[in-house]
Design a protein around this ligand. Structure first.
Ligand SMILES: *Cc1c(COP(=O)(O)O)cnc(C)c1O
Length: 415
């Protein structure tokens, strides 16, 4: 009898064989740089596969060689992580930025253009505008609310429509929670793809993944994560991940081998622990966030709440939300009455929630995007994005919902 287990049921055991580790129920940390071959013939055969000198046999697994190429913690982690996004494979990196920059370096070449949604994560934005530009990759940006026709106009007006190498999006946009239609971006990528310059669609799914959104199913070629956030989930590690089909993964992992930016055995082991509770954590975080958003939405000192669960039914945004997400998530932004002064009073008065950037962790966090995460953005552009001095961003954790609301309420009362 066969039965298809859900990812959450497989996170404790999938890909790990206790008999290879003295029967240990948990995967130990393989803190080793290199692996002994049984024979010279075996070493030769492992290298042939690792360096692409021959195809892998049907059931052959890549033998362990050297921890920059492979390591049991890394391999088991990648097998488990792939299940959530139903990807052929995943590659884990030493940071989210490392995953993102490796994908851009592999799938773009000098002369190409990258089109990306703005606002995007500050580090990503800087890498595109400063590093890629320096090596001859141009960029175009669009606003999360732009229509398909407006984006087509941006591409065509650039005069480089035939060199569009990548469409890169972050949805929902941070910190405003504006949703971008992945399917529409797929259509655009198909429209501008050429033999010489195929257009890859890459989605940063850090805000909603891997439980609440599956961009590969919606048409993305590549999904990237800051695994520092929900996947790690305890604010105690930095890591990143890329997920895609087997053909593209060969390219991602080959470049990773030569950049040497894979995750360490210890961090991979911490992530294995984190994956066991991933769904549990994310579900609790979302339940809490829905209650906090509702509370904020009815508070007189709050002007507007930006939360996926509050998108009005019958709107275009709601239609995309229903299609793309199975939950409203745990990130809430809101405009407070009284500008920076009031926002700072609120942040300084919090007793349970911590004042820090980052997101997706077990503890609730609060910050002020205009003067913190998004302070480097051109003020005019920032206004257009709706990142005003009133805006406060919350990442909701797994604490008791009533305690979080008590904290928010007393901090709002302090203004
Ligand atoms: C944090 C973050 C990144 C960068 O990830 P690091 O792990 O800090 O390198 C990229 N994208 C988004 C959306 C993020 O929140």
């Amino acid at each position: 009898m066969s039965h298809k287990f859900k990812p959450e049921s497989l996170m404790m055991t999938h890909g790990y064989k206790p008999e290879l580790s003295e029967g240990a129920i948990k995967c130990p940390i393989f803190q080793t740089s290199t692996f002994a071959f049984k024979t010279a013939e075996e070493g030769k055969s492992f290298f042939e596969v690792a360096y692409g000198l021959r195809e892998k046999d049907q059931d052959e697994e890549l033998g362990l060689i050297y921890s920059r190429i492979n390591n049991p913690n890394l391999e088991i982690l990648e097998n488990r992580l792939s299940l959530w996004d139903k990807a052929d494979d995943s590659a884990v990196f030493e940071s989210g930025m490392s995953a993102i920059s490796t994908v851009m370096l592999e799938f773009l070449k000098p002369g190409d253009v990258i089109l990306y949604s703005s606002p995007t994560y500050g580090g990503t934005d800087h890498f595109i505008q400063h590093f890629l530009k320096k090596i001859g990759v141009d960029y175009l940006t669009f606003h999360p609310e732009d229509s398909k026709e407006e984006i087509q106009k941006i591409i065509e007006d650039s005069g480089k429509a035939d060199r569009l190498g990548m469409i890169y999006i972050e949805t929902p946009a941070n910190p405003t929670n504006t949703i971008i239609d992945i399917q529409m971006c797929r259509e655009l990528a198909d429209q501008y793809s050429t033999e010489e310059t195929p257009t890859f669609l890459c989605v940063d799914n850090t805000y909603m993944g891997p439980v609440w959104s599956k961009p590969l199913e919606a048409g993305a070629d590549l999904v990237v994560y800051s695994a520092t956030k929900y996947i790690g989930g305890h604010s105690d590690l930095i890591a990143g991940a890329v997920l895609c089909n087997a053909e593209l993964m060969v390219r991602v992992k080959t470049l990773r081998t030569f950049l040497g930016n894979m995750v360490s055995p210890h961090t991979a082991w911490l992530m294995l622990r984190s994956l066991e509770t991933l769904k549990l954590r994310m579900e609790k975080q979302c339940l809490n966030a829905q209650k906090v958003a509702e509370f904020l939405n009815n508070h007189p000192k709050v002007k507007k709440v930006y939360y996926l669960g509050l998108i009005e039914e019958g709107t275009h945004a709601h239609d995309i939300y229903k299609r793309q997400y199975n939950s409203p998530g745990a990130m809430i932004s809101f405009d407070i009455e009284g500008g920076e002064k009031a926002a700072f009073k609120f942040l300084n008065a919090l007793k349970l929630m911590k004042l820090a950037v980052s997101l997706g962790s077990t503890e609730s966090l609060a910050q002020h995007p205009q003067t913190m995460t998004h302070c480097g953005i051109d003020p005019e552009q920032r206004d257009r994005m709706g990142i005003s001095e009133d805006l406060v961003r919350l990442s909701i954790g797994v604490e008791d919902a009533k305690d979080i609301i008590w904290d928010v309420e007393q901090a709002l009362a302090a203004i």
